[in-house]
Design a protein around this ligand. Structure first.
Ligand SMILES: N=c1c2ncn([C@@H]3O[C@H](COP(=O)(O)OP(=O)(O)OP(=O)(O)O)[C@@H](O)[C@H]3O)c2ncn1[C@@H]1O[C@H](COP(=O)(O)O)[C@@H](O)[C@H]1O
Length: 117
C-alpha cells in the first residue's frame, strides 16, 4: 500500500470519528435523526451487541467468499467499533498507533515473550 492511500485511510477514520463525536448525548446528538445518536442514547449494550453480530456476519460472509459482502460486513464492524471507541473517549488514531507499535513484531515472538501466568 502506498503512503498516500494509508494517509487517506487515517483521514476517513478520523472524519468518521469526528462525526460520531457530534452524535454523543453530551454534544446534542439526536436519536430521532441519527443512528449513532440512537445507539449512544440506548447505552453501551446496544453497540456492543452490534459488534458481536457484525463480527458473526463477517465470518459468514468470509465463508461464502464473496468479496463485496466481506467488504460490506467489515465496514459495518469497523463502524460499530468506532462507535464504541467514541463512547469510551478513544480515537481510531489510538488503535492505529497500537498497530504501528506492533509493526515488525512477530505475533509468535510477542506471545512467547509474554510473562507466564
Ligand atoms: N458508516 C456508517 C454506517 N455503517 C453502518 N451503519 C448502520 O449500521 C446499521 C447496521 O445494522 P444492520 O445492517 O444490522 O441493520 P439493521 O438490522 O436494520 O440494524 P438494527 O435495527 O438491528 O440496529 C444500519 O442501520 C446501517 O445504516 C452506519 N451508519 C452510519 N455510518 C456513518 O456514520 C455517520 C453518522 O450516521 P448517523 O449517526 O446515522 O447520522 C454517517 O454519515 C456515516 O458516515
Amino acid at each position: 500500500m502506498s503512503t498516500e492511500s494509508s494517509i487517506e485511510l487515517s483521514a476517513v477514520l478520523g472524519r468518521l470519528a469526528d462525526i460520531l463525536q457530534t452524535r454523543l448525548p453530551a454534544n446534542g446528538g439526536d436519536p430521532a435523526t441519527s443512528y449513532a445518536a440512537k445507539l449512544f442514547a440506548k447505552g453501551p449494550d446496544s453497540f456492543l451487541k452490534k459488534i458481536g453480530e457484525e463480527a458473526t456476519e463477517l465470518v459468514m460472509a468470509s465463508k461464502d467468499g464473496q468479496n463485496d459482502h466481506i467488504i460490506a460486513e467489515t465496514a459495518d464492524l469497523w463502524f460499530h467499533c468506532l462507535v464504541a471507541l467514541t463512547y469510551y473517549g478513544l480515537r481510531p488514531e489510538d488503535v492505529l498507533a497500537e498497530l504501528a507499535r506492533r509493526e515488525g513484531l512477530s505475533g509468535l515472538v510477542e506471545k512467547a515473550n509474554r510473562p507466564q501466568s
